[in-house]
Design a protein. Structure first.
Length: 418
């Protein structure tokens, strides 16, 4: 017998949930299984999941192959049709200890249905209480929200994650207190639509209220970081925290997606390009050392070259540094899949140009840090990150998990050198 092996695709929330599944599988006594936690954000993500499933069967001919995650939730029948797959488990079911107890049962073939995927829209709670977070020895990720109430025309994720639901602030604070006691120096708040946190809780608190509460009630936490946010939904308390809380890291990853107003409307986004630029200007005025990452989609249906140029210019106009570039791929069941599509070669070429702009922005940011002193959180003996999330390599080993002060001597185009 051997412990189950887990493979995770996609976002930090999936990785968080994999850690919870590992704990539940261990408690249940599940053995000789391969669990693949899939992502549905792009067609390429689904293709890679299928590839991993086939490889898992070749390498583990006698193991139970269990498939879960967003792709399994949104298209369970196609995974169930794969001869390599023994079980398909939905996103809600994968977070239930009873599921893993059944999978570990002696008569596991008859213990559960082959496909266990219920209506994700009926789920009203999160499973953030299952574990205290996960990460390296230096940084822990804490789920505070799941699901999404918005219906962007390109996105399948709400149908994989369900409607937005929040982890109560008291639960989050208690988790972070325990993580700090275990020696973590940085905590990252994560979710599917982080700025919707609190809307379903009593009195409808907002993300900024949660951030300020954490920093007040966990005074020993050195660094708090926010993952991806929707800039148009940033609340006044969050902006005040950006301005006044040095333990809140000066790095925000923005869900921008495009820089052309007509494309943004066709995406059913809630902001225009002017809103994105104004937010970045305001945040940088409040926090001059602020850096921004952003998600951008290349080749959304109906995107002309002029529309794409508006997205390309947004890199400079917003002062973006860390780009996540997604070549558009149609997701069956989304409105954008029915819109006039852009030629695949043009999509790939535009994605290449966006990535080049991102690489140039990274190089410029790194060059500006040379000669400065940074507090660096050590992720490995000779590798760490600044408060703005730039990687720093060291010639001499440093205490892993510690925060060290370092003078930046140079860079190689992708990371700083200290």
């Amino acid at each position: 017998m051997s412990a189950p092996r887990f493979t995770t695709h996609g976002c930090r929330l999936n990785a968080y949930e994999t850690e919870a599944m590992k704990a539940m599988a261990k408690d249940a006594g599940l053995d000789d299984a391969v669990v693949i936690n899939t992502c549905a954000v792009t067609a390429e993500a689904v293709r890679k999941a299928r590839q991993d499933i086939r490889r898992a069967r070749r390498e583990n001919p006698a193991a139970k192959i269990i498939v879960t995650g967003c792709a399994a939730q949104t298209d369970p029948d196609s995974f169930a049709a794969m001869p390599e797959v023994d079980r398909v488990i939905g996103n809600a079911e994968k977070m239930a200890p009873a599921t893993w107890d059944a999978l570990a049962g002696r008569d596991w073939i008859g213990a559960t249905e082959r496909v266990q995927v219920d209506d994700i829209m009926s789920v009203r709670e999160t499973a953030g209480h299952l574990i205290d977070g996960f990460g390296t020895r230096s940084r822990a990720y804490v789920q505070v929200q799941n699901g999404c109430d918005h219906r962007c025309t390109f996105c399948i994720i709400p149908f994989g994650r369900g409607n937005s639901r929040s982890v109560p602030a008291g639960v989050v604070v208690d988790q972070i207190k325990r993580l700090v006691q275990r020696g973590y120096n940085e905590v990252v708040l994560t979710g599917v639509d982080l700025t919707s946190w609190g809307a379903d809780l009593p009195a409808a608190p907002q993300l900024g209220d949660l951030v300020r509460r954490i920093l007040k009630l966990v005074p020993d936490l050195p660094r708090l970081r926010i993952s991806s946010i929707d800039s148009i939904e940033a609340d006044p308390a969050l902006m005040e925290a950006i301005a006044t809380e040095p333990r809140l890291m000066p790095h925000l990853h923005l869900s921008l997606q495009a820089g052309d107003d007509l494309i943004l409307k066709r995406m059913k986004r809630r902001h225009l390009r002017g809103d994105a630029i104004a937010f970045c200007e305001e945040a940088r005025a409040l926090r001059p050392d602020m850096t921004f990452g952003a998600d951008l989609i290349a080749g959304f249906p109906t995107e002309t070259e002029a529309m794409f140029e508006n997205s390309l210019r947004l890199v400079d106009e917003c002062g973006l540094t860390w780009l996540h570039v997604f070549p558009y791929s149609p997701r069956p069941g989304t409105p954008a899949a029915k819109m006039p599509q852009v030629d695949g070669r043009a999509i790939r070429e535009r994605a290449t140009r966006l990535r080049a702009a991102g690489a140039a922005a990274v190089t410029a940011h790194l060059a500006a840090q040379v000669g400065q002193v940074h507090d660096v959180l050590m992720e490995a003996p000779t590798l760490g990150r600044t408060r703005q999330f730039a990687e720093v390599s060291f010639t001499e080993p440093q205490p892993e998990g510690g925060i060290v002060s370092a003078c930046i001597a140079g860079h190689d185009g992708t990371r700083l050198a200290a």
